[in-house]
Design a protein around this ligand. Sequence first.
Ligand code: C2E
Ligand code: MG
Ligand code: MG
Length: 438
Amino acid sequence: MNDMTGKRMDIEDKGMMKHYLTGLPNSGGYLMAVRELEKITDLVNYTAFQFNLKGFGNINQRYGMDIGSKIIKLVAEKLEDFLENDEILGHLGGDNFVALIKKERKALFCRFLNGIEVEIPLAHKHETIKIASTIGMWDIDEPLVDYGDVISNPAIALQHAKHIVHQPVVSVTKEMLKRVSMQKTVLERYQRALEEREFLVFYQPKVDSRTNTLVGAEGLVRWKHEGEMISPGVFIPPLEQNGEIVLLDYYVLKRACEDIKGWLDKGIMPVPISVNFSRKDLMDPDLAENIDKIIASYGIDKKFIEVEVTETVDEQEHGELATFISDLFMRGIKTAIDDFGAGYSSLATLREFQVHTLKIDRSFINTEDFSWKDEIILTDIIHMAKALGMDVITEGVERQDQVEFINKVGCYVIQGFFYDRPLPYDDFVKRLKNKQYD
Ligand code: C2E
Ligand code: MG
Ligand code: MG
């Protein structure tokens, strides 16, 4: 068989294709080697890997960058020794490697990566360390269409391993691939989706549990794309990451204002609608003014709109949030702190922010048995918030016993599946026409 390993492959004259430190193929060289390999064998018999060395940052810190680089070279040599002739190894940079390993050797390779022993190249003493890796894998299951997949698919699994499940080895699943491709699609389609009104606003009722009447609703966005209804959990994170979420938030506010105006024109009495604004939107210093202008442009009363924001631990964001909330307050626009108690809520929030509504997160009630500690904490928070003049609402209420618990600690307005899911426009209009639940 031809000598196909990246290390021995004849890419000498293509210096651009190699990593300067280890001499292994870089991404370009690796992909070229994959194409070459495909000429002589079926890639469906292979697993594509991408992996990072665990704790490599610490190694660099402890021994210095020079030794760190030498260690990378030593690891690369060990990896090459593991390879068989028809397998490929590449070095993308830093402590980031890729490999194409035969499926039958996949488990063996994982075990190998779990503890590569290297002797630290120190002048004065001998010291060996064992380096483990975090591994993302993709079992190639059909002929490649896009060669880049051999790098990007295991990378998706690697990200999942590192940031979501915190496990050493993850195989990419169809769901992960679908999610990532959906995120790519939304970024590509975003402008057109906005123009063509593919984003829909659903309304989830807020109900006063003492009287069982509709007292408000939250506008929640969905993306109707090619007949599928996609939830915000899929498309909001990438839009937040690339800083474009604000356009969607303005869009949702406009749709809510438009709907409210429409109901008023038809003689249907609306309820206040809350709209979510991402913390990423706070980068725009004109945010409050723009919100004010949008509401004004529809000629509706400000009392029909409430702005929901979540708290933050980031100090700069915290300052921006405080400014934003007080700006809205001065303009007479109501605000709510969303997901209170979910993560980083602090009592300072109650003191500092001039918010109208505190929205208690469902994590407090998302349990079979209500803890007496939660009961004490909630009772006090709700009491304080009310004494400070705030309204309190609990979200994510699904069961009768949760309603009872929430009432017991002093909160009566409820948003949750117990009363209604987020409703499409027509269903919500029916609720508006008959605000009484029975
Ligand atoms: P959120 O603002 O905390 O919205 C409440 C979420 O809880 C909604 O999920 C709602 O469907 C869900 N929910 C309500 N009641 C229940 C219940 O009883 N049980 C359970 N399990 N879930 C319940 P959704 O619509 O998927 O929205 C998720 C998040 O996406 C929202 O959380 C909000 O942070 C964000 N989001 C939604 N629309 C927008 C938007 O227009 N702009 C921005 N920036 N974020 C939005
Ligand atoms: Mg919300
Ligand atoms: Mg919430």
